[in-house]
Design a protein around this ligand. Structure first.
Ligand code: TLP
Length: 339
């Protein structure tokens, strides 16, 4: 099977497993795991933040971000296609008891005027507006990059309105590699930043939340409450450290393959969103029918809507697999699917 469902499906390489095998460990709840301490310092430095905290998943680091930046009953603003809103099992309501307000915006970009129009003034009837969550790259929009100037403009607006800013940077390093803009420039504009080692960077598990020292101290308490305080977790954190140290530049290969995939699928007659990073959204007419037919040809992808699917390139697919996926899609009749 050629698995293009997600960049989360990668398996650790030999070198990564070796790093895991050799990792010095200790009890991280006591702050004594040297590998986790190194990883947290490394990622804080990479993002230009005072501190960072390691957690099992991007969902957990996003939700710790929501929790430490809000109080019960507050209003949180997110893009309508945001992962935090769509794919985290209702956690902002479930865990932080906040009200989520979704905002529109082409390509996952929320405009300052959209935010300003949504944030209501101080009044006993209204919830406290407290947080804006942004996502870069934007998964739902097809791996789109949030241009730095647009990001700066809406973050500045948020600050003026008294909001804090959280960045879901599960694929922030894809944006860095695609644009040449260092991840820390986006991170600079946010109070808290979540980054994942388990997407394109190829680690089996692990995300980090970065921010100022005080916020990360609170995040440590929240992580404990959420059940994310782990013990000798250096054995898995070593994979994340390896991923951040070795696999960032390699993301360019995923981007190149996504472009080739888009080109091949367009030639095969499909309507394809030109990819900016490693995600390719394809209009196929009948997504379910396409998924089944493609799986029968040995290729897996995920549905995006009733009529569109997502292909995602990653560490475990090479040029040959991309060519094979294009050929497989070419065998499926686009005309039949559109009927
Ligand atoms: N995204 C997964 C699925 O949950 C949809 C995927 O296959 O793309 N933020 C963003 C932008 C994400 O894309 C994801 C994972 C997360 C957060 C959550 O990360 P994990 O899976 O580690 O909880």
């Amino acid at each position: 099977m050629i698995d293009l469902r997600s960049d989360t499906v990668t398996r650790p390489t030999e070198a990564m497993r070796q790093a895991m095998f050799e990792a010095p460990v200790g009890d991280d709840v006591f702050g004594e795991d040297p590998t986790i301490n190194r990883l947290e310092e490394y990622v804080a430095e990479l993002l230009g933040k005072e501190a960072a905290i390691y957690a099992p998943s991007g969902t957990m680091t996003n939700q710790i971000g929501v929790f430490v930046n809000t109080r019960r009953g507050d209003e949180v603003f997110v893009h309508e296609g945001a992962h935090i809103f769509n794919y985290e099992a209702g956690a902002p309501a479930l865990i932080s008891s906040v009200q989520v307000r979704t905002l529109p915006g082409a390509g996952g970009v929320i405009l300052p005027e959209t935010l300003r129009a949504a944030v209501r003034p101080e009044n006993v009837h209204f919830p406290h507006p407290s947080l804006l969550c942004l996502e870069n790259t934007h998964n739902g929009a097809g791996g789109k990059i949030f241009p730095l100037e647009d990001f700066a403009a809406v973050a500045a607006e948020a600050r003026e309105l008294g909001l804090r800013v959280h960045l879901d940077g599960a694929r922030l390093f894809n944006a860095q590699v695609a644009t040449g803009v260092p991840a820390r420039e986006w991170a600079d504009l946010a109070d808290t930043v979540s980054v994942c080692s388990s997407k394109g960077l190829g680690a089996p598990v692990g995300s980090l939340l970065a921010g100022d020292a005080e916020t990360i101290r609170e995040a440590r308490r929240a992580r404990k409450a959420f059940g994310g305080g782990m013990r000798q977790a250096g054995v898995i954190a070593a994979a994340s450290l390896y991923a951040f140290e070795n696999n960032i530049e390699r993301l360019a290969e995923d981007h190149r393959r996504a472009k080739r995939l888009a080109e091949g699928l367009t030639e095969a007659g499909y309507t394809v969103e030109p990819p900016e990073t490693n995600i390719v959204l394809v209009e196929v007419g009948d997504a379910e029918g396409f998924l089944k037919a493609l799986a029968a040809e040995g290729v897996l992808v995920t549905p995006r809507s009733a009529s569109a699917v997502r292909f995602c390139t990653h560490l475990d697919v090479g040029d040959e697999e991309i060519e094979a996926a294009i050929e497989a899609a070419g065998k499926i009749s686009v005309e039949t699917l559109k009927q």
